[in-house]
Design a protein around this ligand. Sequence first.
Ligand SMILES: Nc1ncnc2c1ncn2[C@@H]1O[C@H](COP(=O)(O)OP(=O)(O)OP(=O)(O)O)[C@@H](O)[C@H]1O
Length: 258
Amino acid sequence: MSLSPARITIKCANIGLRRLQIATCLQTGARALNHIHFGNRRSLHVTSNCRFSDDSGNVSTLFVPVPVKLTTNPDDIDIGAELTSVDLKEKKDDVLQILNKFYTKREMRMLGVEQGLDAHLFHQAFISFRRYVIESEHLPADLHIILSDILSDSGHIDDIFPYYMRHAKQVFPMLDCMDDLKKISDLTTPANLYQEARAMKRKIIFHAGPTNSGKTYQALERFYTAKSGVYCGPLKLLANEVHQKSNARGTKNDILYL
Ligand SMILES: Nc1ncnc2c1ncn2[C@@H]1O[C@H](COP(=O)(O)OP(=O)(O)OP(=O)(O)O)[C@@H](O)[C@H]1O
């Protein structure tokens, strides 16, 4: 994106709050930060004495399962059924039994944990997987064959795991990038963030003072007269106000809502 005027007014919306919530939980394993608000124009207040509504205090409850599309076109060729001559829909109850056995196996849970699925995620992914298997018009051939083999006692229930996991990663795509997610959400050592920017020689003027003492006023006066600058504000209204005032004073700037 190219922004021609030298000034940009940014309104920081809620986009960061969920990240902060996840970050805090990932780092501390603590309860969610349910109240985050900007009390005045310069300070971010965080209240951390609230619990998750389910009271589990578990970061995985923050991840919302992605619905997986069922295969619903009955005209598509069911390769699995053609190869195995087994119609899984006719054996729905048996398939359900197999899936439920799979779900209750401790070894499967432990394998799940190794892949980043705690009890909550394992359960959520299983509900989606079971629905996918039972309600799809037909299944991918490999999964169909595995289930047919298990039904005929020539396969083992544990063989389901890779297919369950493949599904789980569709339901929870973050499973493939949990390490990266933890890294970018790491707010525990702010001094190590933005190393390139910190390496630059910069002059930082910190305005401290009581409410209504003119901190924003002084900073904005400097903003209006500087060669370039960015104003970041917590409210759309504030960003609009600064944007309009700045333009009215002949200091052209763009506004960007995040
Ligand atoms: N030197 C000044 N000349 C004219 N008006 C001023 C001056 N300093 C402050 N004001 C006005 O006083 C009001 C409060 O100032 P400002 O918003 O800058 O205070 P603040 O310290 O940033 O407050 P807060 O802590 O609530 O954010 C504003 O309406 C501002 O325009």
